[in-house]
Design a protein around this ligand. Structure first.
Ligand code: SP5
Ligand code: ZN
Length: 341
């Protein structure tokens, strides 16, 4: 399967993730890409670089003030004299003002962040730009040819909302891709999110719309990040009612149960007459993933690819999570090869 990847993705070289009360080397690290590229090369996949699509496709789904914040945050953080990476430590919590954007970069971090594990660093904005270019190039190829495409996006995107970053995500690559397809004439696009974590950002971006159907299988947010999004009673609003569907599943869920939920999600997508399938491909559903709790083995990823192919839609795969670094490459390739069988 033709793959797109931008070397610009390497520009995010964060040192710090707040994890279990300590600053650790981020789980979402550049080596992830090397392992996927190695596995793609072994499977003889062609890898192309995307062109530069600029900011317009980003501004089609994200607020301009948020994009400007991401672009300027590192410089402002340094100008304020802070030694470490930019990490939020205050939020407009439920009892406070949610309508003010403070002047201080520390206040702005709280306004625009949805979690504290994700630092902003020197190359973060450039890497986010590279990542959305990868998603857009993959989407354009599928739109032009009908062939399936893989966008090896990094950083991932599905936690990024209209004006919030977090969960290792800055620009919502899947949302940017889906909007691109609509702008190119598709009438309805499905985003199927198989990452272990709920794609809260993608859901929020399209929650009140009926031109993008969002379906997600994920760890039950009652016990799993992002905790405040991804429950079954979140089904969309207004004309979007029925175009969001969530399958929260308990930690340890068997692959058979997961696949049954997938079949329900695909049936829902079929009924909605979607014209393109964008797969938010997180392989953190692997049993060995260090921060997740599903039970996929290597071989199960082949079956996943086969089931997705059976949906019969033009398909764009976009990389989301997956942190069992030694296994991420084979898991990704298995999905893509299963799809092509
Ligand atoms: C794109 C993506 O997969 N983002 C995930 C972000 C998760 N960040 C918080 C993880 C908290 C993990 N707690 C794990 C406890 C495991 N024992
Ligand atoms: Zn994830």
């Amino acid at each position: 399967m033709l793959t797109f990847f931008s070397e610009g993705s390497r520009q995010r070289q964060a040192r710090s993730e707040l994890h279990d009360g300590a600053l650790v080397t981020p789980f979402e690290r550049p080596e992830r890409m090397d392992l996927v590229l190695a596995a793609l090369s072994k499977a003889a996949f062609e890898v192309r670089s995307p062109s530069d699509y600029g900011l317009a496709p980003v501004l089609a789904v994200h607020d301009a003030d948020y994009v400007a914040f991401l672009e300027n945050c590192w410089q402002a953080w340094q100008a304020a004299g802070h030694a470490g990476e930019a990490i939020p430590n205050i939020w407009p919590a439920r009892t406070m003002r949610g309508d003010r954007i403070p002047q201080s970069v520390s206040g702005q971090l709280g306004y625009y962040a949805l979690a504290a594990e994700t630092s902003i660093t020197e190359g973060t904005f450039a890497a986010a730009m590279a990542s959305k270019d990868t998603a857009l190039a993959a989407t354009d190829h599928t739109l032009a040819t009908g062939e399936p495409t893989f966008g090896l996006c990094r950083p991932p995107g599905h936690h990024a909302a209209v004006d919030q970053f977090g969960g290792y995500c800055f620009f919502n690559n899947a949302a940017i891709a889906a909007q691109r397809a609509l702008d190119a004439g598709k009438r309805r696009v499905a985003i199927l999110d198989v990452d272990f974590h709920h794609g809260n950002g993608t859901q929020q971006i399209f929650y009140r719309r009926d031109d993008v159907l969002f379906a997600s299988l994920h760890g039950d947010p009652d016990v799993t990040f992002p905790y405040f999004s991804g429950y079954t009673d979140e089904t969309g609003e207004g004309v979007g009612e029925g175009f969001t569907i969530n399958y929260p599943l308990p930690p340890g869920t068997s692959v058979a149960t997961w696949m049954a939920a997938l079949d329900e999600a695909l049936a829902h997508i079929h009924r909605a007459e979607c014209e393109l399938l964008v797969v938010s491909l997180g392989v953190d559903i692997f049993e060995g993933d260090p921060i997740s709790a599903f039970t996929f083995q290597h071989v199960d990823f082949i079956a996943l690819g086969q089931r997705l192919a059976a949906a019969g839609l033009p398909c764009v795969f976009l990389m989301e999570g997956g942190y069992a670094v030694e296994d991420i490459g084979v898991n990704v390739v298995n999905v893509l090869q299963g799809f092509e069988e």
